[in-house]
Ligand binder design. Structure first.
Ligand SMILES: O=C(COP(=O)(O)O)NO
Length: 250
């Protein structure tokens, strides 16, 4: 049976977004006809979360694009889980490939972040994914299982976790994984959960795909047994196209 589905829109990574463009995007999302059985989350840049939270339909939940690894304190510039909850965030995206390969966060640090966010009641969209050279070297599963294990070793429970498989070579490139490529990894991740955590967690945990998803390729991807939704970047900046992607997930 299809797990309840989810779609997460990064809505805009930090290279996109102004107060004006976010206002337009929120208006498009408020007007969109979204399938009732699809959980929709948007993840605006920190500085626009309050604006989005105060103008977006309650039908759509808010995620932050990152959070601090522990209780807020003397960590100038970091944003704490407590503050994100205070402004109405229900989710946080962690382990995004840009946090790993640009900012330099390692698997263990990301696992600790996920554990703290979950322990404080935030849901976690736990990103994993291989780089092109790792895929070309036949290391896709090794890399993804290692990243997944780092979450599994740290978190208190899988109840509020959505796994986002995002092959790094597909993010922002237009080179979307084929349905077969994505399904192969999603199935392997679900199998890993079954063997390393439990059959129940494997069945219930949503595994969403991210990396150049758009209104044209979402339907074929959504048909795959183990693809439970999407993490959408560029295409989430266009309300109508994002609605098409959401509605493909039912
Ligand atoms: O995770 C993503 C996906 O982006 P695209 O959909 O544009 O590939 N961006 O941060």
């Amino acid at each position: 049976p299809r797990r309840s589905s989810s779609v997460v829109a990064m809505a805009s990574s930090n290279k996109n977004g102004t107060k004006e463009s976010i206002t337009k995007l929120v208006s498009d999302l408020n007007d969109a006809k979204l399938e009732a059985d699809v959980d929709v989350v948007v993840a605006p840049p920190f500085v626009y979360i309050d604006q989005v939270k105060n103008s977006l339909t309650d039908r759509i939940e808010i995620a932050a694009q990152n959070s601090w690894v522990g209780k807020g304190g003397a960590f100038t510039g970091e944003i704490s889980v407590e503050q994100l909850k205070d402004i109405g965030c229900k989710w946080v995206v962690l382990g995004h490939s840009e946090r790993r390969h640009v900012i330099g966060e390692d698997d263990q640090f990301i696992g600790k972040k996920a554990a703290y966010a979950l322990s404080e009641g935030l849901g976690v969209i736990a990103c994993i994914g291989e780089q092109l050279q790792e895929r070309e070297a036949g290391k896709t599963f090794d890399v993804c299982f290692q990243q997944l294990k780092a979450y599994a070793d740290a978190i208190p429970s899988w109840d509020n976790v959505v796994i986002a498989y995002e092959p790094v070579w597909a993010i922002g490139t237009g080179k979307v994984a084929t349905p077969e490529q994505a399904q192969e990894v999603h199935a392997a991740l679900r199998d890993w959960l079954k063997n390393s955590v439990s059959a129940d967690v494997a069945t219930k945990t949503r595994i969403i795909y991210g990396g150049s998803v758009n209104g044209s390729n979402c339907a074929e991807l959504a048909k795959q047994e183990d693809i439970d939704g999407f993490l959408v970047g560029g295409a989430s900046l266009k309300g109508p196209e994002f609605a098409t992607i959401v509605n493909s997930v039912t």
